[in-house]
Write a protein that binds this ligand. Structure first.
Ligand code: 4UV
Length: 543
């Protein structure tokens, strides 16, 4: 019998869909997902049934258990069907940012060995190029679209008409091990180096959605079939990222909520969603909340329906929260979450009972999660109020990096502790406050940018002799900044920007600026001294 959201079993041996639909009978006929632009919508029962049809259809194509399927979709209601279909079928989803360039898509699909891709009509030709490129194992492209797909692609609309074959779908009886079976491989650069595949098992993702929704944590009501009290959510955080996947998509399915999905952010659509849908629970990243706050159309009226705002993925800051509360002119519960792709992602959350008394803190460890603050050099445990590296341990911690044992060993120690690369401290009440990040990662509006990836790209410019990329704070937010040593004196900033525009997604661009140096500061062992570069930037800013 699958566990329910009221109790978190530390070792869950159910498939993820078994957990997600453990409460379905209570709210089958209520709307689950609705597209903010087209109005296309599905009930919870439809999502369940269509996922099973899609899963059956995937297995009737050339795919078999444990094959990897790439998902390159914006936030649309069908995202939930695609993911659950993959999970019902016992396949593995690697989720990609739909604004990636062709090179970036090819890189992740090739590394994960994806054999099929699900995408949109617009993106299908780019994925066909990827399919034809060297190293690709993609054999089929499936298209989610109202219109007929290109003749070389499969139609999602046809696939979801397939008769369900229970005998091929995966269930938790008969030798299934949820701790071994991988459900998703999102990518993350972790504490160092290039983006790597993060192996999240059925148990990892199932546990995490239950931990997040356990009593006293995420302030989301379990639907009892009453439409009036059904939680209303906004699907604006990308579902390809674990934050959107677990805290919005999987949570909506588990809780029986009604989620309006926003495929591409626009001010008009966003305002319309607030006015018509009247959300009760909103998950955001701080930069997005900041945008809303500065829109004159957003008044206290828009916040009237909102009971809870959940924030995370980047430093939140008390000032921003206070601004929102002032504008709303009423009490809104603010919950700050913390996590990493490597922990499915949530490990910390401010409990609902905190009543905004610990603003600025990432909260407390979720049930069945333990945490410690250690000296990053010696590993010695720090006392309350002393800063050090945050380490977490729990059933939501990844199985490891995909085909990269060395990186796994560097991140999860022999005792199972995930080293986060974030610096913080416990206060006297057991709440953690983050103060710094020692890992290389840059977070641009909540999105990961790997400095190593940008450095590798920049080194491909023939006029570049050496380079280093760091994250700097511009206004409130982080931005990548490059330091470059020229091989050819004629190299201009313009040339660098033009090159990068073609190779990398918009959020990876060098919005923190470019500076040319005679030499990149390095240690005796040849390691780039990023702290020195950060200090140089701070000094320059003061001038
Ligand atoms: O791997 P990733 O891109 O993962 C995330 C996850 C964000 C989440 C997860 C659960 C929540 O409930 C929620 O609200 C947000 O972003 O990046 C991991 C790194 O992002 C930074 C930190 O450096 C992580 O190692 N980060 C994540 N949350 C916070 C944060 C935060 N609340 N404050 C500061 N930095």
């Amino acid at each position: 019998k699958p566990p329910t959201a009221t109790g978190v079993d530390p070792v869950i041996n159910s498939t993820l869909p078994e957990i997600l639909w453990s409460n379905l009978s209570k709210f089958e006929s209520l709307t689950a997902y609705e597209c903010a632009v087209s109005g296309r919508k599905y009930t919870h029962l439809e999502i369940y049934k269509l996922s099973r049809s899609f899963g059956t259809s995937l297995l009737q194509s050339s795919l078999s258990r444990n094959d990897v399927v790439g998902v390159v979709l914006p936030n649309v209601p069908e995202y939930a069907i695609v993911m659950s279909g993959i999970w019902f079928a016992g396949l593995i989803a690697t989720t990609l940012n739909p604004i990636y360039t062709q090179d970036e898509l090819a890189h992740q699909l090739n590394l994960s060995g994806a054999k099929a891709v699900v995408t949109t009509n617009t993106l299908a030709p780019i994925l066909q190029n990827v399919q034809r490129s060297k190293g690709s194992r993609v054999r089929s492209i499936m298209v989610v679209s109202k219109e007929a797909p290109p003749r070389w692609a499969h139609s999602f609309s046809d696939m979801i008409k397939t008769k369900v074959d229970d005998s091929v779908l995966m269930n938790s009886s008969g030798g299934f091990d949820a701790r071994e079976h991988i459900a998703a491989i999102p990518f993350s650069s972790g504490t160092t180096g290039l983006p790597k595949g993060v192996m999240l098992t059925h148990s990892n993702l199932a546990t995490n959605v239950l931990q997040f929704n356990s009593p006293g944590f995420a302030n989301i009501k379990q639907c009892d079939g009453n439409k009036e009290t059904q939680e209303r959510m906004i699907g604006v955080l990308p579902f390809f990222h674990s934050y959107g996947m677990t805290c919005v998509m999987n949570t909506c399915t588990l809780r029986g909520a009604h989620c309006v999905t926003i495929p591409v952010f626009s001010k008009e659509v966003f305002i319309k969603v607030f006015r018509e849908h009247q959300p009760t629970f909103i998950n955001m990243v701080p930069p997005l909340l900041n945008v809303i706050l500065n829109l004159p159309e957003f008044t206290k009226k828009e916040f009237e329906s909102v009971d809870t705002i959940m924030l995370g993925a980047a430093p939140v800051g008390k000032a921003l929260i206070n601004q929102v509360l002032k504008k709303a002119e009423k009490f809104i519960l603010v919950q700050e979450g913390y996590g990493m792709t490597e922990s499915s992602p949530v490990s910390f959350l401010t409990p609902a009972t905190a009543n905004n008394e610990k603003l600025g803190s990432i909260g407390q460890p979720l049930p069945t999660t333990v945490a410690k603050i250690v000296d990053p050099k010696t590993g010695d445990i720090k006392s309350a109020n002393e800063g050090g590296e945050l380490c977490v341990k729990g059933p939501q911690v990844m199985k490891g990096y995909w085909q990269n044992e060395a990186a796994t060993k560097d991140t999860i120690d022999k005792d199972g502790w995930l080293h986060t690369g974030d610096i913080g401290f416990f206060d006297n009440d057991g709440y953690v406050f983050l103060i710094d990040r020692i890992k290389e990662l840059i977070k641009v509006k909540g999105f990961q940018v790997s400095p190593s990836e940008l450095e590798d790209l920049l080194r491909r410019i023939p006029k570049v002799a050496d380079c280093a990329v760091i994250g700097v704070n511009i206004d409130l937010w982080e931005a990548p900044r490059a330091y470059i040593v020229k091989k050819d004196e004629s190299l201009t900033e313009e040339e660098v920007h033009t090159f990068l525009k073609e190779k990398a997604a918009p959020f990876k661009q060098l919005t923190g600026g470019i500076e040319f140096l005679k030499e990149i500061p390095k240690s005796a062992a040849g390691k780039i001294l990023k702290r020195v570069l950060k200090k140089m930037y701070e000094e320059k800013k003061k001038l």
